[in-house]
Design a protein around this ligand. Structure first.
Ligand SMILES: NC(=O)c1ccc[n+]([C@@H]2O[C@H](COP(=O)([O-])OP(=O)(O)OC[C@H]3O[C@@H](n4cnc5c(N)ncnc54)[C@H](O)[C@@H]3O)[C@@H](O)[C@H]2O)c1
Length: 352
């Protein structure tokens, strides 16, 4: 029988105000009436309003690399989720040093600070399936939890994510820090606010990822841009499933080990775009664009065999249901999303 509850645990979520982190915070607080959560976030790519108001939630605003923040972490924590990142590939290409400060260095400082904690049951590190996936535009094969990686990466972000895995394994082997690596596929769902956080040098600050971009544009009747002519494919996973996967890693994962948190199937970007247009009842058409110079990622999806067998995780939300929920949430929160996008209007003019 696999564990699903935290009971009276004290949980720390680094990067907990972000898209995945805020959904995880809510899920843990809602499903565990005796658990408490501490969120640490510098709001680099998040808005404080993402977090719920709850007396069992403490918010520490700042970077996990700062002494004044780390000094507040004592050896009474049961679980840590390290979800912080410098979002995302394009921002990291624009400013590799900012990526280092908010991605690689965050992982190192956090793990080094807690390495001798005795009460800590698990530290879950959010890694990225894209960092280890084979780069192919041929038929996708399921990416398993192999322990090797290509040395060629498309972005500093991808390098940072894999360095985080190296540190997870190092601190487990050297200090018995109970790290578990969760390798995500592409997450989508309610709570991903376009333009959240600070300007990070490119329009990707606003558009973030393919799904919230397509959903927003479909709702507004704006044409959907298909990079690489939409032939690439991705394994999309609904945010509630990712959160359940992270929780399964914390409660049931073996220290030192790694698990894919994936839906286990891929869909081409063109099919994804057409499904969004259909569900949104949109007048948008799709616009075929050439390959992005930096992007060689091609087709991919994650194998779910190990996580299903060892931590009892299986994605539950199918693509249509997940997109229906995402589109509904986006429509209901359009005013808030547009005011967040507007923060960056001196840098990028948004079509509306
Ligand atoms: N969303 C996806 O499709 C996806 C795919 C693969 C992996 N991941 C990983 O999942 C995690 C969450 O991603 P997300 O989509 O929620 O991104 P996000 O940008 O919404 O969340 C990241 C959070 O980290 C915070 N942060 C940045 N620097 C920090 C610092 N120095 N100290 C404290 N907090 C800091 C940001 O403000 C933000 O709240 C990331 O680690 C990401 O690499 C996400």
């Amino acid at each position: 029988m696999k564990e699903t509850k935290f009971n009276k645990a004290k949980v720390v979520i680094v990067g907990g105000a972000g898209f995945v982190g805020s959904n995880l915070t809510k899920m843990i607080l809602n499903n565990n009436p005796e658990a408490s959560v501490v969120v640490i976030d510098n709001l680099m790519s998040a808005e404080k309003e993402n977090l719920p108001v709850n007396e069992r939630l403490t918010f520490l605003q700042g970077s996990i690399t700062e002494d004044r923040i780390l000094e507040q972490l004592k050896d009474d924590i049961d679980y840590i989720f390290h979800i912080a990142t410098y979002h995302g590939n394009q921002s990291s290409i624009h400013d590799p040093l900012a990526d280092h400060a908010n991605n690689t260095y965050t992982t190192l400082r956090l793990m080094d600070w807690v390495k001798n904690f005795k009460n800590l049951k698990k530290l879950v590190y959010s890694s990225a399936g894209c960092s280890v996936a084979e780069k192919t535009f041929d038929e996708a094969k399921a990416t398993t939890e192999q322990e090797f990686t290509n040395i060629k990466h498309d972005s500093p972000y991808s390098i940072s994510k894999i360095i985080g895995e190296f540190y997870s394994v190092y601190y487990y082997n050297q200090h018995k820090l109970p790290t578990v690596r969760a390798r995500f596929q592409n997450v989508y769902g309610p709570g991903e606010v376009l333009g959240a956080g600070q300007w990070r040098g490119t329009a990707a600050t606003i558009w973030r990822n393919v799904t919230p971009t397509f959903v927003y544009k479909a709702i507004k009747g704006i044409d959907l841009p298909l990079e690489n002519e939409g032939v690439a494919s991705r394994d999309f996973i609904f945010v509630d499933d990712i959160c359940r996967g992270l929780i399964a890693c914390a409660l049931n994962g073996t220290p030192g080990d790694v698990y894919n948190i994936a839906s286990g199937k891929d869909i081409t970007i063109a099919e994804w775009a057409n499904l969004i247009v259909e569900i949104a009842g949109s007048t948008s058409t799709v616009e075929l664009l050439p390959k992005r110079a930096w992007d060689n990622s091609g087709k991919r999806y994650g194998s779910t065999e190990k996580s299903e067998k060892e931590i009892g995780f299986k994605a539950e939300v199918d693509y249509r249901t997940g997109l229906e929920k995402t589109i509904k949430w986006t429509k209901e929160n359009l005013a808030r999303i547009e005011s967040t996008m507007k923060k960056h209007e001196q840098h990028v003019k948004i079509e509306a």
